[in-house]
Write a protein that binds this ligand. Structure first.
Ligand code: ATP
Ligand code: MG
Length: 357
């Protein structure tokens, strides 16, 4: 990722993770939103409990900060089993994975974050571990090599990825349950904020909560982060109560625009609109124009811009929608006929509700 430390990036640093830990929902009932995934998970866990078996392996995909890690922890919590955490990049060799797998207690949840980044030989070991609860450890090399089968206790693998598209087919197929987490709407984020304020002992007025929610880019992590900043402002510049006015004033100070766009989002949109006349332009060219890696533009900025109906992907490249022109304070193109040939239906409905500032 491209070093963006902004207030509304979805990634979290160490200090923020500590703060988040205190706000993490502990049970499915406390987990706001993602109704469908929650219902399916709850049925799956009840079924597993009834049979006295660990639940199926679960894969969570979706943009950062939407609750993948939280759900993994909730599964362990609700099944009353231990949770072991690791990540794809930490598993560089097959041996690393064998060590983890053979140490699992029966029923344990093994959480592998960023599972798309797991080393290939380790991934192949995972296949038999997931399917047959067995790993074959190969000793020696060449014709004299022998495979020693080792038993693995029945466990539940929970994988998380921001890039489901990078998972290999064989790995994806071995998950019995897959949930794609989607951005939250303003009502859901308002509920997240109300809960966080209660846990932090803050006085957050309903209109203040809605205002912060509307600028949180559909992401609970960002909502909680904005709440901290708004709290600071309320304590220093006001009487500590987060009203609509206080929330607006605080967010103005922190440069969070009414749609919650950050520097990178605005840079991408501005380049599209000003330098490329609204597109279409290829991802790589667009990334060069904003001085970022194509991956960063694609994974960090685009999901929300698509969701907000500001950008669309076409076979010929990225295009800015008329809403993007308007949002940046430009008139949409004067030649709507010419543009309509390149303007496709957005992949996502522009259903995001803007804040009201
Ligand atoms: N549905 C939710 N209800 C309440 N709070 C939530 C919810 N989802 C996420 N959060 C809050 O957002 C924070 C980030 O969530 P989490 O760490 O689970 O995201 P993630 O999807 O694992 O992100 P990443 O891809 O960066 O690992 C949590 O600590 C929690 O405070
Ligand atoms: Mg996570």
């Amino acid at each position: 990722m491209g070093g963006e430390e902004g207030l509304v990036t979805a990634a979290a640093d160490a200090e923020e993770r500590a703060f988040e830990a205190g706000l993490r929902p502990r049970t499915l009932a406390e987990f706001v939103g993602q109704r469908k995934a929650r219902e399916q998970l709850s049925i799956m866990m009840a079924g597993a409990r009834g049979r006295g078996h660990p639940p199926d392996h679960v894969l969570f995909s979706g943009p950062p900060g939407l609750g993948k890690t939280s759900l993994a922890m909730i599964i362990a919590q609700e099944m009353a089993v231990p949770l072991r955490l690791t990540s794809g990049p930490a598993i560089e060799r097959a041996g690393d994975l064998v060590a983890v797998l053979t140490a699992l207690a029966p029923g344990e949840v093994l959480f592998i974050d960023e599972i798309h980044r797991i080393a290939r030989p380790a991934e192949e070991l995972l296949y038999s571990a997931m399917e047959d609860f067995r790993v074959d450890v190969v000793l020696g090399k060449g014709p004299g090599a022998t495979a020693i089968p080792l038993d693995v206790a029945p466990f539940t693998l929970v994988g998380a990825t921001t890039r489901a598209g990078l998972l290999t087919g064989p790995l994806r197929d071995r998950f019995g349950f897959t949930a794609h987490l989607d951005f939250y709407d303003t009502d859901e984020l308002t509920a997240v904020l109300t809960r966080s304020a209660r846990l932090l002992g803050l006085e957050l007025r309903p209109e203040g909560a809605v205002e912060v929610a509307g600028r949180s880019r559909g992401t609970p992590r960002i909502a909680n982060r904005l709440l901290r900043r708004v709290r600071d402002y309320a304590e220093v510049r006001a009487d500590g109560i987060i009203t609509l006015e206080v929330a607006r004033a605080a967010l103005r100070v922190y440069d969070v625009d009414p749609l919650g766009l950050d520097r990178l989002d605005r840079a991408v949109l501005t380049a599209l609109v000003k330098r490329f006349g609204g597109g279409p332009v290829g991802l790589t060219t667009l990334a060069v124009a904003v001085g970022e890696e194509p991956d960063t533009v694609e994974d960090v900025a685009e999901p929300f811009l698509l969701r907000a109906g500001l950008l669309a992907r076409t076979a010929r490249g990225r295009v800015a929608t008329p809403a993007a022109f308007t949002h940046l304070g430009y008139d949409p193109p004067a030649d709507p006929l010419g543009r309509s040939q390149t303007l496709p239906t957005p992949l996502f409905e522009p259903g995001f509700e803007a804040g009201t500032a």
